[in-house]
Structure formats: C-alpha cells, structure tokens
Design a protein around this ligand. Structure first.
Ligand code: B3K
Ligand code: ZN
Length: 859
C-alpha cells in the first residue's frame, strides 16, 4: 500500500465534459450505463486510465464500436489508442444489497442511496474519479414503481414515465458541471415535506425534505433551519442558491453526518429528525448546524471545489467556519465558542499529539477517508477564523467576494484561497500561510518579571513548536493572540508597545515581549481571548489571579477559561495527592464567583462544567489514567459539596415551563442539567433525579436525569433506563442515547453489558449509528472500562474492529482512534495498547483505512 503525495499532483491527461448515466435498479444486480464525452488534455499519446472498483464490466465501446484494446485491474481500466475526443460507453453491474461499506451505491432498509465522496463514484462505474474533472450530468433512473415511488438525482427533473413491467423512470439534469464526488442518487418510499424559499433576487426555490414514513413532523424543524441558513448566507456573504430545487433526504444508514451532493443532500437521519419528545436541545442545535453546513457547501465546495483531495480543508475548514458563524448568530456567541474550543482541546489536540498528526492540508495519504478529521475540519476552521480576525469583518467579506470572482466554477487550492484573501485587503498573509503546511499544536508560555527600580513588568511570550510524528522540522507560526491586561484593582492597563490592534498581539517569533512601566507589579495578563488561535497556553498565573480574571476580564470566553484553568490546577493537586492545596481561599473564591453570577445563566452553566478527562490529558504526559480520573471525580465531588446550597438555588431558579427550543430556555435547561450532574454526586440527590425524570416533557430533561442517575447509583440508573427503553424500544434513533448511556457507564461488568447491548433486537452492526452508540461511546468515553488495567477494554475494541473492518472499513477506522492515541499514557499502558494494535496489523485482510492508522500508530 503506497501513499499518494500532495507534491505529485498532475493535471489530468483527459477530461470528461458530459455524462449520461442510466440506472436500472435491482437489489443485487443494478445495471449502470454510462456515456461519457471524453477529450484529451494537451498533446500526448497516453492511454486513458479510469478508476473503478468492485465492478462487473459488461460492455465497453468507443464511438460506437466495441473496444478491443483495454486492460482491467482491481482498481481500474486502461483503454489504449483512444482518439482525441470521443464518446465512451460503459455498461457495468453493481450489487447494492451486498454493499455493507456504505460507499458507492447501497441498499439499506429498502432505500437505494449513494455516497461518493471522496472516492466512491468509482464503485458505481469506471470514471476519472478526481475532483478536478468537472462534467455536466444527466441521470435516468428506472426502478420498481410500488416500492420506489421516489427516485432522485442532482439538479432538475426533466421527464418521467411508466413502463409496462411495473417499473417507472425519471430523467434528471444538473446544469452545473461538477466532480463525480458530488453525484447522488436516492430511491425509496418516503414522507415528504415541501416549502418554497424566495431568494434575495426574487427567484423561487422549491424545498423538498424526504424522511422515513411516519416521521413527517420530526422534519419540520430541519426545513425551517434550512430557510434560516439560506437567508443568512445571502445577508452575510451575498450568496444565493442557484438551482430551482433543493432536496434533502434523511436515511438511517450513513457513515457520517451528511453529504452536500449538488441540489440533493443526503443526511444521516440523526441530523434531520428532531422534536421535543425525541430530541435534546443539543440535537436541535446539531440539526440546524449540519443543515446549514451542507447548504453552505453549495458555494464553498460545489461552485468552487477542490483541485485534489489534499486541499480538502479548502472547502471543509471554510464551511465549518461558516456554519459556526451561523450557529453563533442563531443562538449565542459564547456557548458556541466554548463548544468549538472543547472539540479542539479534547479531540484535535489529541490528534496532533498522535501518530496521525497532519497539517490541515495533508502531504501524504493512503486512504482519503481517513482525512475527514478534526484537524482538517475544526483546526481548518480555526485557521479561517484567524484570517477573519486579522482581516476584520469587512476585509474578510471582500476576500470572499474576490475568491468567488476569481474561482467560480473551478477546482482550486488552499493557496488560491489565501491569495484571494490577501489581494482583497493588502494584508500580507505570507507567514500566516504556514498554518496550512505545519502540523502540531503550538505551545505558548507566558511569564512575567518585575523590575522594582524601573517599575516595569515584562511579559514574555515564548512560542514552541515541538516535532510531531509526521514532521520533525518546525518553524515559528504567525499567531494572533487576543490579550487584555488587568491590574490589582481590576482596571485595564495597556502595554508600552503598540499592538496589531486593540487587544490583539501578533506572536510570530520564538519570543515576544511587552512591558508595562509605572503601573505597579500586579498585572494579570488575560491571554488567548475568544481562543484567538488553536494553541496551548501555559502561564504563571496563580489561583487568585484566575479568580481575578473571572471577575474583571472583558472577554467572556476568557472568564470561562479562567475557571477551567483553575479547575485544571485544582485537579492537579488532587492528582498529586495534595488535595489540601485546594484551600479555603480557593473554595471561597469559587463560591463567590458562582454567587456573583447567578443571573448570568449562560456563563454560569458553562463554568460549572469540570474539564473532561480527555481535555485534562492534553496538558499532561506519562498519565496514570485511573489516578487522573479519580482525581477529577474527587474534585468534582468536592465542588458539589462546597457549592451545594448555591447549586440547589440554581437548579430551582432554572426550571422552564412549556418546552420551546429557544435560546433563553436552552441556557436554563443547560444550566439546570449541569447542576443536576454535580448534585448527583451527593448522596441525597436521588429523589430530585427521579422527580425530574418523571416530570420531564422533553428529551433534554429526560436525558439530564438519566446522566445524573448514571453518576448517582446503579440501581436507580437501571430502573430509569428500563423505563426509558420501554417507551422508546421501537425508535432506534432515540434508543441510541440509551445504548450510549449504557456503554459509558463505569461499572465492573461493562464488557458483559456490551455483549448484552450487541444482542439487543435494535442493535445492528450494519448500522453505523448503532455501532457508534455502543462501541464508539465505550472506546471514546468510558474511561475506566476502556482503560481497564488488564487490557480487556482494548482487547474488546480490537476484537470488534477485526469483525467490523470486513464490512465497513470507514466506520472501523474512526473507532480505532482511541487505541492509536496512547502517547499521553504511562509506558505499561502504552504497551497494552500497542499489543492490540499489533493484533490488528497481523490481519492480512486489513482494509487500507485501518492499515494506514494502525501502521502509523505502531511506527
Ligand atoms: N463532505 C462530507 C464528508 C464526506 C466524508 C467522506 N468520507 C460531509 C461534509 O463535510 O459536509
Ligand atoms: Zn463539509
């Protein structure tokens, strides 16, 4: 298995301008006829090579005569001596019913569905399956009329009709040239929701949402969210929808969240279906954000696409940034920013520290599906956000306008994007662009010194970029650091030197210093405001100064972060067996901070969340997993005891009446349920948990009660879980929450529990949502179970992956992640984890997907 390298990019030897596809659907023998207009690019006499996997070739002709001179391999087809321009006709057969990898064309639950990104189209027919070949598609679908009343493809429906044999057909045409990864076909029997949207220029767009029969009312929220996203993109970026019809289909079997196929988005039903009874506030949030994300791809991804897959962040980082800004506008900036930063600190920093570390624009790839990562997506979005910070709102908009002016209809690179941004504003992004090529999390360390003679405080910020698994050579990055300074009285002070802008310092060298003269010795820097860069920051602040920061900083994110840093410090004392270092002053300070914030529901709720175990790992090494997990819990319990009376007040003050998914209520429920989670650690909380569970009229409070019960006591937990199962046993999407709660329960017999869950009638290894809910929740979030000292958790995951990999390599490859992230742990544990990785590598039939990650993790 050889890696492809970004540097090896070559423009295609041939291109395809027009594609006519004809599908005759049948479960195990779907016939695909493809007619391609092919033309040679440049002057050369090379053969035409087309990608194709797992296809049965039935016919091949060039300009109407059967081709003779061709060779077939496992991965493609070479046709020799072709003319400069010609029509190629290919007939292949595929087996959708047998397709458990859910890539290409597959049939599940009676629905035919495609997933082509990144390289799935080659499992449908032979093609130039690369994003820089853009063609116009027409698609004819023929299928059984009774079981497949709805048959969809990209673009607009042109004609349809019925045949005598009980089948019917429809012809679709997409006027926009597109790469094959944006092709989609869906056929099945759905409930439909329809609406219209009038664009800012007055064009009417038909909106159509397709969901499982009987789930119509659960689709209403998604449709409203779509309209909000369409309006927002017009208002914020001047971007209007470009076809007459926009379709979204929700399917139950899907490898990831959703897919932005031109005019025909395919969604995991988890990110479409939502109502008060079945969905939490977080689910509603996710639906709105994924709906928006896929919609925004129509411009950032589809109208302007990627030249090659190494450029993936061109569309993903940018589109994540856009959906983040949208969500922030729809809900609130603070909780959104905190959510985003949690993803970075829990998952992206972990990826950077692992064998899978890669720049947001990777240099080397074996299996592209392995690179739809938190680095490409979320760190990619942070890089776009930094440009937004540096250019300002108007500068960024000008850059986006310039990007579309230059590149609409093209397949381009990350460099093209940066260059458009730069030219629209004259801001030199040369040094900044290193964020695209350098992997790893920069470490900033902030230290202070006071010179009494001159009454000068010197603040020194050092930047360190440690070698990563993929890159040994590192250079200083261009880091926009939002920073404010407060004195002992809480007044803001400014440094002697001018900065890039108010509160914005550029850290672009190994060492950056600022001085404060005549302002006394007690200056508290509040750095990394709004998480202005994806970096780790350490500083010499004392617990008292973190509390001071919470009290006086202007930046709300920094106030939250100060409490998180303080918690981290406290947990470290417990971890070092010095819980008494967390003294009366600290507890009192925390008590007062919370008491002073009773009215600020949003920040209060977030401040009462103790950093996750995964986050704690990112600032430590040689970790004793159980000691750290225990320290975290002991601190959390102490926090609950110390604040008990305040927590009760908060719990009571944040009861909401008649459920509505609306920001103020969401904040109150969040705050209330975070508090319940803390109180659940105290013995006297049982009745409160039961009362909330029984009185709840919405999934948010129900789940809040179940989570609290999980921390409180196993008997209570089992009772409530049983009653939940009774109510939801025939609703797999809701039952995923139940699966996941069971799988994350820290109990001695967890492996036996997992075995039971796998035997549950609603569990299916074929369905990625179920697998993620059970096995994923366990491996990612069951700290004591997964990290059992005898290695049984690692063994369980490995056994499972050896099975799953044979069916669905993409999902298997995602689930192996926790096993590959052994770097932070003690060496005995590392050995246990590597022993299981070695077992995977011994499997001769291992997929490319797993091979790439496992072999790196063992290198
Ligand atoms: N572009 C798709 C992801 C495709 C993943 C392929 N393994 C969804 C998205 O980012 O919007
Ligand atoms: Zn995307």
């Amino acid at each position: 298995l050889v890696a492809k390298r970004r540097d090896d990019y070559r423009a295609p030897d041939f291109t395809i301008t027009d594609v006519a596809l004809d599908f005759v659907l049948a479960p195990d023998s779907t016939r695909v006829t493809s007619e391609l207009k092919v033309s040679r690019q440049g002057s050369h006499s090379k053969s035409l090579y087309l990608d194709g996997e797992q296809l049965t070739l039935l016919e091949l002709s060039v300009d109407g005569s059967a081709a003779q001179d061709y060779q077939q391999t496992e991965s493609g087809l070479t046709i020799n001596n072709v003319p400069d321009t010609f029509t190629l006709r290919i007939v292949t057969e595929v087996n959708p019913a047998d397709n458990k990898a859910l890539e290409g064309l597959y049939l599940s639950n009676g629905v035919y569905c495609t997933q082509c990104e990144a390289e799935g189209f080659r499992r449908i027919t032979y093609y130039l399956d690369r994003p820089d070949v853009l063609a116009k598609f027409t698609v004819k679908i023929t299928g059984d009329k009774a079981s497949l009343p709805t048959m969809l493809a990209n673009g607009n429906p042109l004609e349809s009709g019925a045949n005598d044999d009980g089948t019917h057909w429809i012809l679709w045409q997409d006027p926009f040239p597109k790469p094959a990864y944006l092709f989609a076909l869906v056929a099945g029997d759905f409930d439909q929701l329809t609406d219209t949207f009038t664009t800012q220029s007055g064009k009417s767009v038909a909106l159509e949402l397709y969901v499982d029969k009987g789930k119509r009312s659960r689709g209403e929220f998604a449709l409203e969210a779509l309209k909000r996203a369409m309006r927002w993109d017009e208002e914020t970026f001047g971007l209007e929808y470009d076809l007459d019809i926009y379709m979204i289909v929700a399917v139950d079997f899907f490898n990831m969240g959703a897919m932005e196929n031109k005019g025909l988005n395919v969604f995991n039903s988890k990110f479409v279906l939502a109502d008060q009874d079945s969905a939490t506030d977080e689910d509603f949030f996710n639906v709105e954000s994924v709906i928006a994300h896929e919609y925004f791809h129509n411009w950032t991804g589809n109208r302007v696409t990627c030249r090659d897959w190494f450029q993936l962040s061109l569309k993903e980082g940018l589109t994540v940034f856009r959906d983040q800004q949208f969500s922030s506008d729809m809900t609130s900036p603070l909780s959104n920013r905190i959510k985003q930063v949690r993803v970075m600190r829990e998952h992206q920093f972990a990826e950077d520290a692992s064998a899978m570390s890669h720049p947001i624009r990777p240099d080397e790839v074996i299996e592209m599906n392995n690179f739809y990562t938190v680095t490409v997506y979320d760190k990619g979005a942070e890089v776009i956000r930094m440009m937004h910070t540096l250019l300002g709102v108007d500068g960024f908009r000008a850059g986006m306008d310039e990007y579309f002016r230059r590149h609409d209809g093209q397949a381009v690179t990350c460099d093209d994007f940066v260059s458009a941004m730069q030219s629209a504003t004259d801001i030199d992004l040369g040094h900044f662009a290193r964020w695209y090529s350098q992997s790893g999390t920069p470490q900033l360390a902030l230290a202070r010194a006071y010179n009494e003679q001159t009454d000068t405080v010197t603040v020194t910020i050092t930047q360190r970029n440690a070698p990563t698994a993929d890159q040994t050579e590192k250079a200083a990055l261009f880091i926009p650091l939002q920073i404010e300074f407060i004195d002992a009285t809480g007044q803001h002070v400014t440094p002697d030197q001018a900065m890039y802008a108010d509160n914005l310092l550029i850290v672009d060298k190994d060492t950056t210093t600022l001085t404060f003269t005549g302002k006394g010795s007690a200056i508290t820097p509040v750095a990394l405001g709004n998480f202005s860069a994806p970096v780790k920051l350490t500083s010499d602040l004392t617990p008292a100064e973190w509390l001071h920061t919470f009290r006086f900083a202007n930046d709300a994110f920094s106030r939250w972060d100060a409490i998180q840093q303080l918690y981290n410090w406290c947990i470290e004392q417990y971890y070092q067996q010095q819980p008494h270092a967390v003294d009366e002053n600290i507890w009192q300070g925390l008590y007062q901070a919370v008491e002073a914030s009773l009215q600020e529901t949003e920040i209060l709720g977030e401040c009462l969340v103790v950093p996750s175990f995964e986050t704690l790992c990112q600032s430590r090494s040689n970790i004793d997993v159980h000691a750290l997990n225990t320290a975290r819990k002991a601190f959390s319990e102490a926090l609950a005891e110390q604040l008990a009376d305040l927590l009760l007040t908060i719990y009571q003050a944040n009861q909401t009446d008649a459920y509505d998914y609306q920001p103020e209520q969401v904040r109150a429920r969040r705050c209330k349920n975070v508090v319940l989670g803390l109180l659940a650690q105290l013995p006297e909380c049982k009745d409160r948990i039961i009362a909330q569970f029984e009185a709840s009229d919405n999934m948010t409070d129900t789940l809040g009660a179940l989570k609290a019960a999980q921390h409180h006591d196993l008997v209570l937990f089992s009772n409530l879980m049983n009653s939940f199962e009774q109510r939801w046993h025939d609703d797999p999407l809701v039952l995923d929450k139940w699966f996941s709660l069971h799988a994350t329960c820290e109990r001695g017999d967890i492996l036996a529990q997992l075995t039971l869950l796998r035997q549950h009638p609603q569990f299916s290894q074929q369905n990625p949502n179920r697998v993620r809910a059970v096995v994923g929740s366990f491996a990612f979030y069951n700290t004591t179970g997964f990290h059992a000292d005898d290695g049984s958790g690692y063994r369980f995951l490995t056994d499972y992956l050896l099975e799953l990999d044979k069916q669905n390599p993409q999902v298997a490859s995602r689930l192996v992640t926790p096993l590959t992230q052994w770097q932070h742990y003690s060496s005995t544990r590392q050995d246990l984890m590597k022993r299981q990785l070695a077992r995977l590598l011994e499997d001769s039939g291992l997929s490319k997907d797993l091979y790439e990650k496992v072999s790196k993790a063992l290198a």
